[in-house]
Each structure stands twice: as C-alpha cells, then as structure tokens.
Design a protein around this ligand. Structure first.
Ligand SMILES: NC(=O)c1ccc[n+]([C@@H]2O[C@H](COP(=O)([O-])OP(=O)(O)OC[C@H]3O[C@@H](n4cnc5c(N)ncnc54)[C@H](O)[C@@H]3O)[C@@H](O)[C@H]2O)c1
Length: 447
C-alpha cells in the first residue's frame, strides 16, 4: 500500500534507538527512518530483530514494510538485542516496550523497568556522553517520576541524561498515517517547562503541548478512557434504539452532526456537577425507561451516580477547612440566567445550611420578586429563607464570609481584589485564572 503525506523535516538528523519492536516501536522506527534519522531497533525477541535486519516488518501494518525496506536498503535501519551497544551508538532512546495488565488488572511495568535499568547502565558506561531518554509506552501517572527516582536521578543531575514522557496515540491499521499526521503531540518534562532539546520538540511532528510528566501520562489515559466511554455510550444508546426498533446508526450519526455541543469542547471542562432543568431530568427519565424495559445500561444508569459523587466531593471541599461562614458567588446553575432548578449550588447551600454553616449568596441575576413557576417553587421548597441569605452587594458578602465559593464571573476581579483578605479561602468552581492571583488562599474544585 502506498501512503502519501508531506515529508516532515527534522531539526537535525540523529541516531535513535527504539526499544521494543512491536506495533508502536516498529511504526516509530519506520517513520523516523523515513524522515532521515538513523534507527537502531532493540528487542529481546530474536525473530523480530532478524526480520528488522532484513528490512521486513515484524508486524502487519499498511505502508510499514515498504518504509522499513527502503530504510534498510539505504543503511538507515538495523536492529540488535544488545542494549549497551545501541545506546552507545545513539543519542536518543525511545522506550516502546509493552505495558500489559497483571492478572489483578493493574499495570505491569516490568518490561519498562528492565529496559530503563539497562539504558541507565549503558549511559553510565559512556563516560560523559549525553543521552536523551523518551518513554513512549503507556504508563500510569507518576510512573516516569518513580522510574527516574529509582534509577535515573544521578544521571539527570550530572547532566548526562534528559528524560521525557511522550505518549503515543496511533491506531493499529492506520498507524503510519497517524504517526505522520498525529492527532495530538504531547511532551512531558520534569517540571512542565519546555524541553531542553530542540530534537524532542520536532521528533513526533506537530506543535507539542508541554506538561509535567504526570500530566502527559494522564492525557494518554484520559484519551483512551474517553474512547472507551464513547464506545460504551454509543452501544448503550444503540441497545435502547434497537429496543425501540429505531435505527441506532442513524441516531448516533445525527447526534455527531452537532459539532457545537455534542462533538466539541463544550461540556468537556472539569468544574461544577451538571445541573439545570434539563440534564438531571433527562438522565433520570431515560434511566427510568431503561429500567422499566429491563435494559441493562450500566453507563447510563451510573451517570447520575457519578454526578452525585462529584457534588459530595464539592461540599466536602467547602466543609473540610473548618470555617463556618460560607459565601456563594453565583447560585443559578449557570451564568446569565436566574434558573435555580437543579443548580448544584442550591444543593450545596441546602446541605451546608442543614449542617449548621452560615451561608450568604451573591448572584445579580437572582431577583426573588421575579422568580416564578417551577423556579420559585423549588426555592420555596428547598431554601425558603433565601431572601435573608441574598446580599445585594458583593463587598458585603466578602466582608462577612471566610470561604468564597465562586462559580460565576459576576464579580469583577478588581472588586474581589479590593475586598479580599489573606485569610479568605477561595474555592474556584470554574477554573477562572484571575482567582489564582488574588491575595488569599485558593483551592480549585478539580485542579
Ligand atoms: N498498539 C497500539 O496501538 C498502541 C498505541 C498507543 C500506545 N501503545 C502503548 O505502547 C506500548 C507498546 O505497545 P505495542 O502494542 O507496541 O506492544 P507490543 O507487545 O506489540 O510490543 C512490545 C515489544 O517490546 C519488546 N520487549 C519486551 N521487553 C523488552 C526489553 N527488555 N527490551 C527490548 N524489547 C523488549 C517485546 O518483545 C515486543 O516486541 C504499550 O505501552 C502500549 O500500551 C500501544
């Protein structure tokens, strides 16, 4: 199969050792060799090494065999089982060995740990030569730092080794095309600052997002979990559709046509639990329908449970610092509305009042004399004394509270800055950057 793509120009041609010649390692070797790098493949499995040395792909992947053959012909590709020899001959090592599951389901890092040990020993022997180590295998957040602390700290401190974590997002079957035109490029560094080497920034193409090692590791899991969740979600909607004798493929196809709300960043930001007059009601209705029909839909069934857990965590965050005077800035379920139905802030206020906290509220959209219908009924039932809790001016609320729970941008940062005291605790529910710069204590809901 012939693949067409724009040739990526590397910032410099280097010799790279690729550890693990499975799906990721073989594709990485083929693609990096094609843009001019010298590749040394390393694997413990002799037949894979032999195949590589003969210019054959150890795996079936469209386009890969041709690239490996041409690189081998041009002397840009070879393989070995000898780690020390490969490290000595290269400036970068990329670890792509497997990270399988243990019988318990947890992650087995034995191959990564072993290769890291071998590379560390090889770099140690090089008497002063600098080396770059890139972990590409999928590893849980914290793994790179643990491996570094256990085995690589001295080499990093002496300036002989740089360590990066760069997750791989390729899909088998389209791996070559994915490598050439990556959906996402992420570079993890020790402190989240830009990599010290230009090679790393250009190695995997695109414009990398740079995070700490843990953030880069988490992005891989967040991505794969999201994919798994999407498959499960589509299949559960599919089962409901089949039960209704409705065409599930057509339903989900139309759902995906909405790229503003459905397939988009919207709703993909950590923050407040979901609320309002629609999401809780509609989640509840479809769940009840599925139960009545005897459909087993664990994802749909547990969506509300997940939201409840988030609400619980939110209230705990407010309670745990021991201060009793709580100020809520924003009460409606979102900004620029006076809709209090299903608001997580109303639920939080209700819980806090029930537990003896003093709660004050500032929300310029809430005008009690204008609340009507279900909105008013909800407040009558859940917070009959709301009028006494509402403050007309933010200054009054700030001055009389110890904890400020800020879920809306309805008070300008300058007003907050003018009235805040160092002993105030701000709980940021929406991830609003100016709040982090105020002269007070700060706690983000999920950050
Ligand atoms: N397959 C994918 O589509 C994909 C995509 C993204 C990320 N990943 C991740 O990339 C990593 C590799 O996945 P894969 O599918 O390529 O694995 P794989 O099982 O196909 O290949 C792993 C290779 O590592 C070799 N190996 C094991 N120990 C070694 C050692 N000590 N020295 C040298 N080589 C050694 C094995 O012999 C094998 O050839 C995993 O962490 C995986 O989760 C995989």
């Amino acid at each position: 199969m012939r693949l067409s793509f724009h040739l990526r120009i590397p910032s410099s041609i280097v010799t790279i050792s690729v550890f693990g010649l499975g799906y990721v390692g073989a594709v990485t070797s083929g693609c990096l060799s094609q843009i001019g790098h010298q590749i040394i493949g390393v694997d413990v499995h002799e037949p894979k090494v032999r195949a590589f040395n003969e210019g054959h792909s150890p795996i079936v992947e469209p386009g890969l065999e041709e690239m490996l053959q041409s690189a081998s012909r041009d002397g840009r590709l070879r393989a070995t089982t000898d780690t020390a020899e490969a490290v000595a001959a290269s400036t970068i090592s990329i670890i792509c060995v497997g990270t399988p599951s243990l019988p318990s389901g947890s992650l087995d890092l034995k191959y990564v740990t072993l290769v890291t040990q071998q590379i560390a020993a090889a770099v140690q022997q090089q008497q002063g030569k600098k080396h770059i180590l890139v972990f590409r295998s999928t590893m849980l957040p914290g793994s790179t730092r643990t491996l570094v602390s256990a085995q690589l700290q001295n080499l990093i401190h002496s300036g002989h080794l740089q360590v990066y974590y760069c997750p791989e997002f390729l899909r088998e079957g389209t791996a070559v095309a994915d490598f050439r035109d990556p959906s996402l490029v992420v570079v993890g560094t020790e402190d989240g600052l830009s990599p010290a080497s230009a090679e790393i920034t250009s190695l995997f193409g695109g414009t990398p997002s740079v995070l700490r090692w843990e953030g880069a590791e988490m992005i891989k899991y967040a991505s794969n979990y999201f994919h798994a969740l999407k498959v499960g979600f589509a299949n559960e909607i599919g089962r409901v559709c089949k039960h209704l004798e409705e065409d599930a493929l057509r339903v989900m196809d139309v759902v995906c046509q909405d790229t503003r709300l459905n397939i988009s960043r919207y709703y993909m930001r950590p923050g407040a639990p979901f609320g309002g007059s629609c999401l809780p009601k509609d989640v509840s209705a479809l769940r009840a329908f599925a139960r009545q029909q005897g459909l087993n839909l664990p994802l749909l069934e547990n969506t509300q449970t997940s939201n409840d857990a988030h609400q619980h965590q939110f209230v705990q965050l407010i309670e745990q610092n021991g201060k009793r005077r709580i100020g809520l800035i924003g009460l409606a379920f979102k900004a620029d509305t006076d809709d209090l139905r299903g608001s997580p802030l109303v639920a939080a206020a209700e819980t806090l009042i029930g537990r003896g906290f003093t709660v004050s509220i500032y929300d310029p959209q809430i005008n009690l004399s204008r609340l009507i219908g279900a909105n008013e009924q909800q407040i009558q039932a859940r917070m009959p004394h709301l009028a006494q809790l509402l403050k007309l001016a933010p200054e009054e609320l700030i001055e009389n509270c110890d904890v400020l729970v800020i879920s809306q941008k309805c008070v300008p940062p300058a007003t907050l800055r003018a009235h805040i005291r160092p002993e105030h605790l701000i709980i940021d529910v929406m991830g609003w950057e100016p709040l982090k710069t105020l002269p007070s204590r700060y706690e983000g809901l999920c950050w």
